[in-house]
Design a binder for this molecule. Structure first.
Ligand code: PMV
Length: 351
């Protein structure tokens, strides 16, 4: 079923609230194969995107909620990361709570203590905001379930993705395995700009044991936030052509995932990664997120592939780190030919 925004709107806070409640949830990270780059309205994508769900890189979040005597205007909360108060993250979370108020007004009726932990190093340059907001959205929907238990499982699942989007666009895809599609595509049934969906076919088994090993060329905060990058797409000289390309790439990528066409999957995945960074390098102002070693690693991956025929490729997100994608059964060769020769930390994840 395809939901529209009004399906998720809740007009008022219910009268009966549970006084004290603890809710825990976890959510995986994801890596885009076809990239979401550029947005409009309230966190709506300029183009559809396709991602692999990364099941080892999870955010685990627990929220302790205390009902207030009177709902507050803005959500009252404190955010703890690995037991420590983390005020740096609070503005983004405050933005999330503000964005979701129309769809979950009951969040203002509670005082929130939020405790979060990642199963991966959070400054490691992998998208912790995606898994973080997805876990928080799950908690909100869990609370909604208790207040409004009459909805269907499908509604609750889509609502998690819908709310997560209002924290961080890519969080909308941090849902089920192995692949998610976000963004309305006229040729793909049930797709929506509002939330991500699973493909309506089984992903070919050759992708079921894929690894994403993330080479941490750069740790810590991104130099240019993805919000700033998305905004630069509004007036980007290549905006229209990129949009058209992403619609085509989405169809092609899904076809390769369905048929197990690893060769074309590799070609398209790398083209999308380089295309994303090309858009950054041709924005006004332009900027470069790749480091010299990003390029070195990319070239090494291509060299290994050309010399040995091993099905290994790379993708990038909005940073200098290299995501190395390859099937599990060639892990020893990739270790020997690539990871053993570089000095950066590598995080191994599984699709
Ligand atoms: O979710 P955001 O606003 O951080 O944007 C993420 C954008 C990319 O990671 C570069 C691409 C994507 O589709 O995840």
């Amino acid at each position: 079923m395809r939901f529209i925004e009004s399906d998720f709107t809740i007009p008022e806070i219910p009268k009966q609230l549970v006084a004290q409640i603890r809710i825990s949830a976890s959510a995986p990270s994801n890596i885009a194969l076809v990239k979401y780059w550029g947005k409009q309205g309230l966190q709506l994508p300029m183009n559809p995107s396709v991602s692999f769900t990364l099941n080892r890189s999870k955010t685990l979040t627990t929220a302790d909620l205390t009902a207030l005597n009177k709902a507050s205007k803005q959500v009252l909360f404190k955010f703890y990361f690995d037991q420590k108060h983390y005020p740096d993250f609070e503005p983004k979370i405050a933005g999330f709570f503000k964005n979701i108020q129309k769809f979950a007004p009951f969040v203002t009726a509670y005082q929130w203590q939020i405790y979060s932990h990642n199963t991966f190093p959070h400054s490691g340059g992998i998208a912790s905001s995606a898994s973080g907001f997805a876990a928080l959205a799950k908690i909100v929907v869990d609370l909604e379930k208790q207040l409004y238990p009459q909805q269907t499982e499908e509604y609750y699942n889509k609502k998690v993705s819908f709310l997560a989007r209002l924290g961080s666009g890519s969080a909308t895809r941090s849902m089920a395995s192995p692949v998610m599609i976000w963004g309305t595509h006229p040729q793909i049934k049930n797709t929506s700009d509002l939330y991500a969906v699973l493909p309506n076919f089984d992903v070919h088994p050759v992708f079921s044991n894929f690894r994403d090993s993330i080479v941490l060329v750069e740790k810590g905060q991104k130099k240019v936030s993805s919000t700033a990058g998305h905004n630069l797409m509004t007036k980007h000289p290549y905006k229209d052509i990129r949009k058209q390309q992403a619609f085509e790439h989405t169809l092609q990528m899904l076809q390769y995932l369905k048929t197990g066409d690893v060769e074309n999957f590799i070609k398209l995945t790398e083209a999308e990664a380089l295309g994303l960074h090309a858009l950054m390098m041709t924005s006004d102002p332009d900027y470069i997120l790749m480091q010299p070693d990003t390029l070195k690693i990319i070239l090494t991956i291509r060299q290994i592939r050309h010399q040995t025929g091993l099905p290994v490729c790379f993708t990038l997100d909005a940073g200098a780190n290299v995501h190395v994608l390859y099937p599990e059964n060639i892990v020893n060769e990739i270790e020997e030919k690539l990871f053993s020769k570089i000095y950066y930390d590598v995080i191994h994840d599984y699709v």
